[in-house]
Structures are given as structure tokens and as C-alpha cells.
Design a protein around this ligand. Structure first.
Ligand SMILES: CC(=O)[C@@H](O)[C@H](O)COP(=O)(O)O
Ligand SMILES: NCC(=O)COP(=O)(O)O
Length: 248
């Protein structure tokens, strides 16, 4: 089963926020992505709202409910009370928790599952009680997976930034894929679902899918938005779906 594609709209929002103007529209780009067959939409409303604004959440929820009832909304963030307070109205199908500091330039590491278990366990239980599927951002380290499972999470999302950074170094790419393969096997043993994201592209997706045959979902924004500037959003979504293994 090919991995499902969730289009991250952070970069679209970053472009919109350059001016006090309503375009490019996050909702319109999300609509085009879903019309082109994306499985869902992902956003990361950071505390400083540098790209996704808190007001975008209700607009995107309304889009999915009104026009794409089978699509999924995935909201990423650090589990602060301010972040958690956004979720009841946004009603995401999935919440992806990341260990980001507020002023971090981007997400660049996974959780310390053993060291942060006391923080993660109750918030995972709270989100699942609210009907959310929970995914925890994880470095692809097989040794961390048992501790990740002990939090009660449904899935882990493997941070693929280091893999994405090997775009010009085949040997390093092979090493990163081996890390991912080993971590994926550990996740399978623990009964954890596997997502992946960060710096994924049409070029690096097929080897990743081969290394992680159980890959359930990829969330992609930066590389997909860059390609959309060249190919348009609809054609770009189709290209990424094909790279995930879908027949499009
Ligand atoms: C968790 C992750 O790797 C990305 O989904 C994250 O949303 C990237 O954040 P920026 O778009 O702010 O770099
Ligand atoms: N979780 C990864 C994501 O949503 C988008 O990451 P990127 O493709 O913008 O690097």
C-alpha cells in the first residue's frame, strides 16, 4: 500500500505573510492539493505564527469538512497548553507532536522518549481520549522505538532531514536509509505505525518507500512547494503521489 501524501502548507503561508495581502491563499492551495488527490493537509502553527496563523486552522477544517470529508487534517506542534487549546476547534484527525523550542528555525530532531516520557504519556493519553490519532516526531534510531511505544502513541514520524540532506552523496544516503530501515523494523516489532517527513522530494521518496514498506504517510511541504512554483500545485501533487508509488 503506497504511503499517503499529506501536503504541508507552511511554505505557502510563509509566502502569503510577506505582504498584508490574502494571496497565495492557504485554503485555495489546500483545495488544489486535495482535488489532485492528496490524502490530507498538514500545518505547523508555531507560537510566533511565522507562517501558519492560528486563524488558518478553522479555515482549513471548514474546507475539509465542506468539500473533502474523507481527507485528513494533521496538525504539528509542541504540546504546550497554548498549542493544545487550538485543537478542539480544529479537530485534526492526527496530531504530530514535535520537541521544538519556540524560536527554533525548523524541526530538526525527534523526542528523547525515555527522558521525556513523563511529559509525553499524559498528553498522548489526553489526545487519544479526544479521538485524535497521535504521531510523535522521532529520530530514526532503532534503540529509541521501544521507549516511543511506551508513551502509548499510535505512530512515530521519522525525521528525514538528514536523509534529505544527502541529495548529492549516495554513500551518505545509503547510510541514512539503513538507519531508517532498522528503525522501521523496530517500529514494526512494537506495533507502531510509521510516518515520515522533512526535506522529502520526488527524487528521494522512492528509495525511502523501499526502505520502509510499512510507511503509512509522508508529510511534505518545502520540496513540494518549490516544485509547485515550476509545475503548478496540481501536477506537483500528482508527481509526488507517483513518487510514493501510487498509479496516477
Ligand atoms: C515536523 C517537520 O519536520 C515539519 O513538518 C515542520 O513543520 C517544518 O517546520 P517549518 O515549515 O516551520 O520549517
Ligand atoms: N513533517 C514534515 C512536514 O510536514 C513537512 O516537512 P518539509 O517537507 O517542509 O521539510
Amino acid at each position: 500500500m503506497p504511503a499517503k501524501l499529506s501536503v504541508n502548507l507552511n511554505a505557502v503561508a510563509m509566502l502569503r505573510n510577506r505582504r498584508d495581502l490574502p494571496w497565495p491563499s492557504v485554503v485555495d492551495m489546500g483545495r488544489i492539493a486535495l482535488q489532485a488527490g492528496a490524502h490530507g493537509l498538514t500545518v505547523h502553527p508555531r507560537p510566533d505564527q511565522r507562517h501558519i496563523r492560528f486563524s488558518d486552522l478553522a479555515d482549513l477544517r471548514a474546507l475539509i469538512d465542506a468539500e473533502f470529508p474523507g481527507a485528513e487534517f494533521n496538525i504539528e506542534g509542541y504540546p504546550s497548553e497554548d498549542f493544545l487549546a487550538l485543537l478542539p476547534e480544529a479537530r485534526p484527525e492526527q496530531v504530530t507532536l514535535v520537541p521544538d523550542d519556540p524560536d527554533q528555525p525548523t524541526s530538526d530532531h525527534g523526542w528523547d522518549f525515555a527522558g521525556q516520557a513523563d511529559l509525553l504519556r499524559p498528553v498522548v493519553a489526553r489526545l487519544k481520549a479526544d479521538g485524535r490519532r497521535v504521531s510523535l516526531f522521532a529520530d530514526p534510531e532503532a534503540g529509541q522505538i521501544a521507549a516511543a511505544a511506551a508513551t502509548g502513541t499510535d505512530r512515530v514520524e521519522f525525521y528525514t532531514g538528514p536523509y534529505g540532506g544527502t541529495h548529492s552523496d549516495p554513500d551518505a544516503a545509503g547510510q541514512e536509509l539503513e538507519r531508517l530501515r532498522s528503525a522501521g523494523a523496530a517500529a514494526l516489532q512494537e506495533g507502531l505505525g510509521v510516518n515520515a517527513g522533512h526535506d522529502l522530494t520526488v527524487a528521494n521518496l522512492p528509495p525511502l518507500a523501499a526502505a520502509l514498506p510499512q510507511l503509512a504517510e509522508v508529510s511534505i511541504g518545502h520540496g513540494l512547494t518549490a516544485d509547485a512554483l515550476e509545475h503548478g500545485m496540481a501536477e506537483t501533487v500528482r508527481r509526488f503521489r507517483r513518487a510514493c508509488g501510487e498509479t496516477v
